[in-house]
Design a protein around this ligand. Structure first.
Ligand code: GDP
Length: 526
């Protein structure tokens, strides 16, 4: 592995389901030399699925429930690609994954333009000023015109757009991609001998006769009409504007037909930022800091159902990590020896002997590590800004077999740790309440309870549908508020006080009447 941190490109792909994220991921891995056979990402996915029952949901719904990390080395750079679950119900997990990247690739379907989930994920990136490269996929199919697509990105996302290449024809007449930065044309090669991305023809300009000779005549007419405006009508590429999140370079292509993927990878290599400073107390953690510091952005339990252990995914923010290092867990002050850290290569998992800022390592553990945890050689640092979100659905969990209380508690704890659900313990009554942001999480919960924990449970309506964390500078006032609202009072897994409410209106009403209490929809782990 390369030895210093500016060589890392840690990124995620954001998109609406079906835009082509899986296909693009696979082709990026092929283009990056990490895998050699098409179909491998899906094939591996299926092998994983077969081993784990709860992922039946994933198959039934045709969505990706888990997020994973794939690392590959290409042209002297290390690329860490973090997969974000695409379904809107998984917002919380997805948001947290986006806290662990330095940039993102936004995939848009050329026929559909910007879709709701694209927009939602984009907004999360914007909150953190994560720079975005846009990939407009499926130009081999009939779609909107490149101008319409660029305008849509510019208008709806309020970004400057800079096309980096231009499709010569689209759909049936698609005949290649013209590189606007260094005049050249990528055309499909002959099927039998096709190298990845076909053939590339160097050109002097866009009106080079070599281009005309290589493409469909209808596509050529269209291209000639478009190209002046394409070259002159948009912002020119400005790396600072891109890194500030003000401009997005746009690559047209077809993941399926392997077009534009190499250019996208080259764009990531050339322009995407390396590891960025991470917000922390008492001061941001910089990649150049000597002390090793990282944070857990995801915990995945039961990756192997034969073992009860789980993997915490840590993003390294500073220092040079070495295997066997002892790191202090922020909050508890516990020292943890990291003796079996894993790197996630595209085809394999490997022991991580060392890692650098920007890298993601997997730390096997038995439940000690939780999402949001800081791990550091220092004992005085806390990474901040990894929120828990207020649940929008609350359900009471009722056991079918009451002797299984212990198993239920364990299962809910595990899943809460993974960030799939939140668990609340009401002041009154023995039933635990689970909170989720979306319905799909409840399906995952029930399915896993049965498959992994052999616990049969039912989710019953609860009188509440949302919850707020409560705090006050006036301890007596907080106590009084809890006493007055005992029926709606609960604590979360950490013992933090929570107020459960019927709906947002009730939250507003109660907030107004209790000015000394702070009601928060997110709990930041500081
Ligand atoms: P995801 O849901 O975003 O991961 O999307 P997939 O990668 O699974 O792709 C969804 C569908 O679009 C699949 O049937 C793909 O074969 C198809 N697809 C992906 N990329 C392209 C492309 O560039 N051109 C065409 N025509 N189809 C594509």
């Amino acid at each position: 592995m390369s030895q210093n941190h500016p060589d890392r490109r840690t990124f995620a792909i954001i998109s609406h389901p079906d835009a082509g994220k899986t296909t693009l991921t696979e082709k990026l891995l092929v283009a990056g030399g990490a895998i050699h056979m098409a179909g491998e990402v899906k094939a591996r996915g299926q092998a994983r699925r077969a081993r784990s029952d709860w992922m039946k949901i994933e198959q039934q719904r045709g969505i990706s429930v888990t997020s994973s990390v794939m690392t590959f080395e290409h042209q002297g750079l290390v690329f860490n690609l973090l997969d974000t679950p695409g379904h809107e119900d998984f917002s919380e997990d997805t948001y947290r994954t986006l806290t662990a990247v330095d940039s993102a690739v936004m995939v848009i379907d050329a026929a559909k333009g910007i879709e709701p989930q694209t927009l939602k994920l984009f907004e999360v990136c914007r909150l953190r000023s994560v720079p975005i490269i846009t990939f407009i996929n499926k130009v081999d199919r009939e779609g909107q015109s490149p101008f319409e697509l660029l305008d849509e990105v510019a208008d709806r996302l309020a970004l400057d757009v800079c096309p980096m290449n231009w499709p010569v024809g689209m759909g049936g007449t698609f005949s290649g991609l013209y590189d606007l930065v260094e005049p050249s044309l990528a055309v499909p090669g002959k099927e039998a001998s096709r190298a990845f991305e076909g053939e590339r023809i160097a050109l002097t300009r866009h009106d080079d006769p070599k281009l005309a000779a290589a493409v469909d005549s209808r596509a050529l007419d269209q291209f000639n009409e478009e190209i002046e405006l394409a070259s002159a009508g948009y912002a020119s590429f400005d790396v600072d504007a891109y890194r500030n999140g003000d401009l997005t370079p746009v690559y047209f292509g077809s993941a399926l037909k392997e077009f534009g993927v190499v250019d996208l990878l080259a764009g990531l290599a050339a322009h995407a930022p390396g590891p960025q400073p991470q917000p922390a107390e008492p001061a941001p953690v910089r990649p150049d800091d000597d002390a090793v510091t990282g944070f857990v952005f995801k915990v995945q339990a039961n990756m192997n159902p034969a073992h009860r252990d789980r993997i915490a995914f840590m993003r390294l923010c500073s220092g040079k990590f070495e295997r066997g290092m002892r790191l202090t867990q922020g909050g508890t002050g516990k020292a943890i020896a990291i003796s079996r850290p894993m790197l996630f290569l595209a085809q394999d998992r490997e022991m991580a002997e060392e890692a650098w800022p920007g890298d993601i390592i997997g730390i096997p553990n038995h439940g000690t590590l939780r999402v949001g945890d800081t791990l550091s050689e220092r004992s005085d640092v806390m990474i901040t800004g990894l929120p828990n979100f207020a649940p929008e659905i609350l359900r009471r969990v009722a056991l079918v077999d009451p002797t299984k209380t212990k198993q239920l508690r364990k299962a809910l704890d595990d899943m809460a740790e993974e960030g799939i659900i939140q668990v609340f313990y009401p002041e009154i009554g023995a039933n635990m309440i689970v909170g989720v942001v979306g319905q799909l999480q409840l399906d995952v919960l029930i399915s896993r309870l049965e498959a992994e924990y052999k616990v049969e449970a039912k989710l019953e309506a609860s009188p509440w549908d949302t919850a707020r964390w409560i705090a006050s500078d006036d301890a007596a006032a907080l106590k009084q508020f809890q006493a007055d609202n005992r029926g709606a009072a609960a604590t979360d897994r950490d013992g933090a006080p929570v107020f459960m409410a019927k709906d947002a209106w009730e939250v507003g009403y109660v907030t107004q009447r209790n000015p000394s209490i702070r009601f928060t929809a997110t709990k930041e782990r500081v």
